[in-house]
Write a protein that binds this ligand. Structure first.
Ligand code: BGC
Length: 439
């Protein structure tokens, strides 16, 4: 039965690929869009950030959708939205239709960012749930790297319409794949569709294990309160505090300053030429992909918390080093190498810790009756925090200076370590219904 579960996760992870591709691709495309449409600074910034506004709306809608029409159908809807947005942006005759299309794509990303990890986590056997949800993060990083490569390859022809339009390929695969996938049995029991649930459970776990799983899930699904009412329970409130905290800290420790503004930071580090800074950014993309593999292999063996500690400690060291380097009067000679190494260390440490494990934990800590809504609110916090950091990063650099800016992010890594130590439960190998928080 394992190959089937892997297939389910791989298809849902395609949502991650779209997430990564569509958030990453704009960094290269924007140069040519600005030129073609003759945009000023405000419209340029808005073209980049409108997608995040869509993500915020999408993640609000996602919990409701996932609990109403199901996880599988929500992912199908997201696939269609992605496809429409990709085609719309590729053929935009003027800026307004491009902005609308980018917003639509954002809604697709927002829905996927809630429902894909939720779906994967609900169809996974407990012993490999961590690896399978990490596969989703792996897909995000591959999508980001793919976008950097496509941007690089098409930059000479200034083919921004192709850059944006190519997202139609993975969205078609996502739609086609999801058509053949089962619904999450947990959702089906909750919706009272017991027969369908049993059939899908048998497809996922095999007939023997399916029976045991059914009993556990049915118990959880019979809880009467659901949705917003469940949010009043102290245990669910606690889970929500942890979910929102982790999701925001994933962003407030600064990852997207590097992912979205890579070339800018490399220029601060004294790498002048556009070519070299694009290459360095691509290298960041590769480190991001490779280090995620570490999480896939270790997260179910050593657990979630140790990886979070090591990762955040590494990020702290990298950021503190960057702060020290940028406090020097000139960044040159060996300091350039140290800067590059620190940035790679930072991204690598994020990729095996906060990157995958935050999505994993927020899919685990809520009881079934509040899962869709709880994930939705946590993910909303993630997008709002992302928006704040990306919107104000350049302002922070200008107002606080580079060393202080990186010191702030470094300090937030320490806050994250303390938060994990005090608040976060270890969920390794626990059955989804027996995880302590809110259970
Ligand atoms: C984060 C994104 C980030 C990506 C980088 C994801 O887990 O949510 O904001 O761009 O990791 O790989």
């Amino acid at each position: 039965m394992r190959p089937f579960v892997l297939l389910v996760a791989a298809i849902a992870a395609l949502g991650g690929l779209l997430f990564g591709y569509d958030t990453g691709v704009i960094s290269g495309a924007i140069l040519f869009i600005t030129k073609d449409f003759g945009l000023g600074r405000t419209l340029t910034e808005f073209t980049v950030s409108v997608v995040l506004a869509g993500c915020i709306l999408g993640s609000i809608a996602a919990g409701y959708l996932a609990d109403r029409i199901g996880r599988r159908t929500s992912l199908l809807v997201a696939g269609v939205i992605f496809g429409a947005g990709a085609i719309g942006s590729a053929f935009s005759p003027e800026i307004v239709s491009l902005l609308v299309s980018r917003f639509v794509i954002g809604v697709g990303i927002g829905i996927t960012s809630v429902v894909a990890p939720l779906y994967i986590s609900e169809v996974s056997p407990a012993e490999i749930r961590g690896a399978l949800v990490s596969l989703y993060q792996f897909a995000i990083t591959v999508g980001i790297l793919g976008a950097f490569i496509v941007d690089y390859a098409l930059a000479r022809d200034e083919a921004w319409r192709w850059m944006l339009g190519l997202a139609v390929v993975p969205s078609t695969i996502l739609i086609a794949g999801m058509l053949f996938m089962p619904e999450s049995p947990r959702y089906l029991f909750k919706a009272g569709r017991d027969e369908d649930a049993r059939r899908d459970l048998a497809r996922i776990h095999g007939p023997d294990e399916a029976l045991a799983e059914e009993q556990i899930i049915r118990q959880a699904a019979t809880a009467r309160v659901a949705g917003f009412e469940a949010l009043r329970e102290p245990a669910v409130k606690l889970a929500l505090f942890i979910g929102v905290g982790l999701a925001s800290l994933q962003q407030f420790t600064g990852i997207n300053t590097v992912i979205y503004y890579g070339p800018h930071i490399f220029q601060l580090a004294g790498i002048g030429s556009a070519q070299a800074s694009i290459l360095a950014t691509a290298l960041v993309g590769v480190v991001n992909v490779l280090a995620t593999l570490i999480a896939i292999f270790l997260v179910d063996r050593v657990g979630r918390k140790p990886l979070l500690y090591w990762g955040c400690a590494g990020m702290f060291v990298a950021l503190a080093t960057l702060a020290l380097v940028f406090a020097q009067p000139h960044v040159e000679g060996a300091l350039v190498g140290i800067t590059l190494a620190s940035l790679m260390l930072y991204v690598g440490c994020f990729a095996f810790s906060l990157g995958p494990i935050v999505w994993l934990l927020i899919s685990e800590i809520f009881p079934l009756r509040a899962r869709g809504l709880g994930m939705s609110i946590s993910t909303l916090a993630n997008w709002v925090a992302n928006f704040l950091v990306s919107q104000f990063f350049l302002t922070m650099l200008a107002r606080l200076g580079t060393p202080l800016t990186f010191s702030v992010y470094a300090a937030l890594c320490l806050v994250t370590i303390a938060f994990v130590a005090r608040m976060v439960p270890e969920t390794k190998r626990e059955g989804l219904e027996s995880i302590a928080v809110g259970g």
